[in-house]
Write a protein that binds this ligand. Structure first.
Ligand SMILES: CC(C)(COP(=O)(O)OP(=O)(O)OC[C@H]1O[C@@H](n2cnc3c(N)ncnc32)[C@H](O)[C@@H]1OP(=O)(O)O)[C@@H](O)C(=O)NCCC(=O)NCCS
Length: 206
């Protein structure tokens, strides 16, 4: 299980902080990195939410719902975080690191240099929707991305009909900046996407 450091939400940090293990605690959630030993928790999340998530996500490989797949994926996720490529986080009830996974947040395509940007993705268990949990989680993750990770811009896209996701992004302050036809292969076909972005209110320099 993750040996976690304290949350660094909103603080600026050196390069070494960017690769340390991340743990963000909010009022109701712990947002943590999980290692290969947590494969069963993640498999349970995806198995019980397969129907709920299918319309919004890429088609999954055949072994996606297996422990082997997730043991390897979770190990790779830790490597990606250490290398500064991506930060994949998992939502559990506050302090219940070994309990059910409630959702996930991915900070991916991290690009430093003059862009200092990343992409944001997320999903929440079907039964946990409508309680403001993802809003709470993303507020903490955004503070971490703009603080400890010292990035300048976060981009997040959604299918035009994903009104829940659109509302969430608006509430967080994301602004739409574009629309692409046939942009992502979701649920088996090329789908249009609305692009949104949020810029760090604090000045950061590459
Ligand atoms: C997108 C998704 C994460 C949104 O979940 P959500 O629970 O609606 O998101 P929020 O955390 O913003 O919660 C908002 C809801 O909680 C309610 N709520 C209750 N207490 C709240 C609080 N303290 N703060 C904010 N909202 C609260 C809001 O009224 C709103 O309900 P409504 O949509 O019925 O009006 C979820 O629907 C999901 O995982 N969908 C499938 C995967 C997906 O679409 N991923 C994104 C791809 S772009």
């Amino acid at each position: 299980m993750t040996s976690a450091t304290a949350a660094r939400t909103g603080a600026s940090a050196s390069a070494s902080d960017r690769v340390s293990t991340v743990r963000l605690d909010t009022e109701r959630l712990s947002i943590v990195q999980l290692g290969p030993e947590a494969a069963a928790q993640v498999v349970a999340y995806y198995r019980s939410n397969a129907h709920h998530l299918a319309p919004w996500e890429p088609r999954r490989p055949e072994d996606f719902f297996t422990h082997d797949y997730w043991r390897a994926s979770l190990a790779r996720q830790l490597d990606d975080a250490t290398a500064g490529r991506a930060l994949r986080l998992w939502l559990v009830a506050r302090g219940d690191d070994h309990g059910p996974v409630l959702g996930n947040v991915g900070v991916t395509s991290i690009e430093r240099g003059p862009l200092l940007a990343c992409r944001l993705g997320y999903s929440l268990a079907e039964a946990r929707q409508g309680q403001g949990l993802m809003y709470e989680a993303l507020q903490a993750v955004i503070a971490h991305v703009f603080g400890a990770m010292a990035l300048h811009r976060i981009e997040a896209g959604h299918l035009p009909e994903n009104t829940r996701s659109a509302r969430l992004l608006r509430r967080l302050g994301f602004q739409p900046f574009g629309y692409s036809r046939d942009y992502l292969h979701i649920a088996g076909s090329w789908r249009d996407h609305v692009h949104n972005a949020l810029t760090n209110p604090a000045p950061v320099t590459p």
